[in-house]
Design a protein around this ligand. Structure first.
Ligand SMILES: [Zn+2]
Length: 101
């Protein structure tokens, strides 16, 4: 059985990630890349508390786009700012702490 190293509870009982989601302050914005392509950037995720790979997978599914996670940032292809906020809020991130610009 796997045990969380933060709270010491078995993983099924651990709520560390849920708590961490509520306190992340996330920025969502778009940048224009090569060839004029828009990318949606999600910044401010604490990789120690949040499984950023899993989160990227979820966002890619929900936005039906490609994307990667690197250096604590998630990059999604296309403009998905509004959708990203909805998806994050649906996963337990506090929508007051999700800044979209
Ligand atoms: Zn825990």
């Amino acid at each position: 059985m796997k045990v969380c190293d933060v709270c010491g509870l078995p993983e099924e009982l651990c709520v560390c990630e849920e708590i961490a989601r509520e306190i992340q302050s996330v920025k969502v914005f778009t940048v224009r890349r090569r060839f004029g392509k828009l990318m949606t950037i999600v910044e401010g995720i604490d990789e120690h508390d949040i499984d950023i790979k899993e989160l990227t997978k979820e966002l890619k599914n929900k936005c039906a786009c490609g994307g990667t996670a690197k250096k604590g940032q998630i990059e999604l292809q296309g403009d998905h700012k509004r959708r990203v906020k909805e998806v994050l809020a649906g996963m337990g991130f506090s929508s007051d702490d999700i800044q979209v610009r």
